[in-house]
Write a protein that binds this ligand. Structure first.
Ligand code: ADP
Ligand code: NA
Length: 321
């Protein structure tokens, strides 16, 4: 996850963190705060430094367990940048130009403002994945093309220089895990939304969170029913409630039969606040003890380096360095 804001938003929590937390049980999981990726758009150094720590603290507070998983900061493991350079040299200019996320972001920044770093972003992401012999990458649908590129680079390198990399597969999150802006429920909720009126932040004051949810846009009808086309606002609230209460959406529809949107909003607000309040408290506690947070991140970087250095040494050897 990019350290691109002071707080995660509820979409990151449902679409990413909840699923990652569950994966810790069955997988040897590696999580990375991708600070080098954050540099691909302009950053204020002091703000970035704080956001890296806050992002890591939120992962831990939300249940990524540093004793079971490896949770580290990308720039603490130099092999990421080193392998990315090697992969750059086997990536076609045209191939990189076809990445739709680059085209979108470059269009937004203006072609002259967009950096080489932004262009090479997917190659650094490939390095993040390939360093760890990764089998499965849990991502949103928007990352499918980047995982395809990662697979292509792995098989190209293997064909040219001998079997080195595992070709990873994408594990695409389900559609109901996608959360939309509360004020504009057809747009994905995002840390970088133009207005934060419809964004629920993990670290918001609980009163602010409850108020935002109670002010969510719904439609003029009264029936609580999951229908993305005709009832995007209500469907979004149902997705949130379903994730927070671990209740399937059809069961929620039954529960709210004959009841209004007011009840639904109140229950969503209560559910979110009761889950986020302890996470927020734990995050602030971790941020209050920088030495302990540093110790956790340094230990994880050591563990990650042990794996990454072996891969990088093999790569250097294969290519004649
Ligand atoms: P943001 O748009 O908030 O900056 P990122 O692009 O950094 O989010 O994505 C971080 C993770 O959170 C990814 O795994 C992404 O799929 C997930 N994610 C982001 N926004 C949402 C959302 N609105 N609904 C579900 N998952 C989301
Ligand atoms: Na983002």
């Amino acid at each position: 996850m990019q350290p691109s804001a002071d707080s995660l938003q509820i979409g990151n929590y449902i679409g990413a963190l909840l699923q990652w937390r569950a994966m810790q049980d069955e997988h040897d999981a590696i999580f990375c705060v991708v600070d080098l990726h954050a540099l691909t758009v302009p950053q204020d150094p002091a703000e970035l430094r704080g956001q890296i720590r806050r992002t890591a603290a939120q992962y831990i507070a939300a249940g990524i367990d540093p004793s079971r998983s490896t949770l580290f900061v990308q720039s603490h493991v130099p092999a990421h940048a080193q392998l990315a350079w090697v992969l750059n040299t086997i990536t076609g200019f045209g191939e990189a130009s076809r990445m739709t996320q680059f085209k979108d972001k470059a269009a937004r920044q203006g072609t002259d403002a967009a950096s080489l770093g932004l262009f090479a972003y997917p190659v650094l992401m490939a390095a993040d994945i390939l360093l760890y012999d990764t089998a499965v990458v849990p991502v949103g649908d928007d990352q499918r093309q980047h995982i395809e590129l990662t697979r292509d680079l792995a098989s190209r390198f293997n064909a040219r220089f001998g079997a080195t990399f595992v070709e990873p597969s994408a594990m695409i999150q389900t559609d109901t895990a996608r959360i939309y802006d509360l004020q504009n429920p057809t747009a994905k909720m995002s840390k970088s939304a133009a207005s934060d009126a419809g964004v629920v932040w993990l670290l918001d004051d609980p009163k602010v969170t409850a108020k935002k949810i109670r002010s969510a846009v719904t439609d003029t009808g009264r029936e609580v029913r999951f229908d993305r086309e005709d009832k995007p606002g209500v469907s979004n609230l149902l997705s949130i409630l379903s994730a927070f209460t671990e209740t399937p959406i059809p069961a929620l529809e039954t529960e709210y039969a004959g009841r209004g949107y007011g009840d639904l909003k109140k229950d969503v607000a209560d559910a979110v606040v009761s889950v986020f309040e302890p996470i927020r408290a734990r995050t602030l506690e971790l941020l209050d003890d920088p030495a302990e947070l540093d110790r956790i991140l340094a230990a994880a970087a050591d563990r990650a380096s042990e794996i990454a250095e072996v891969t990088l040494a093999t790569v250097y050897d294969r290519i004649g360095l």
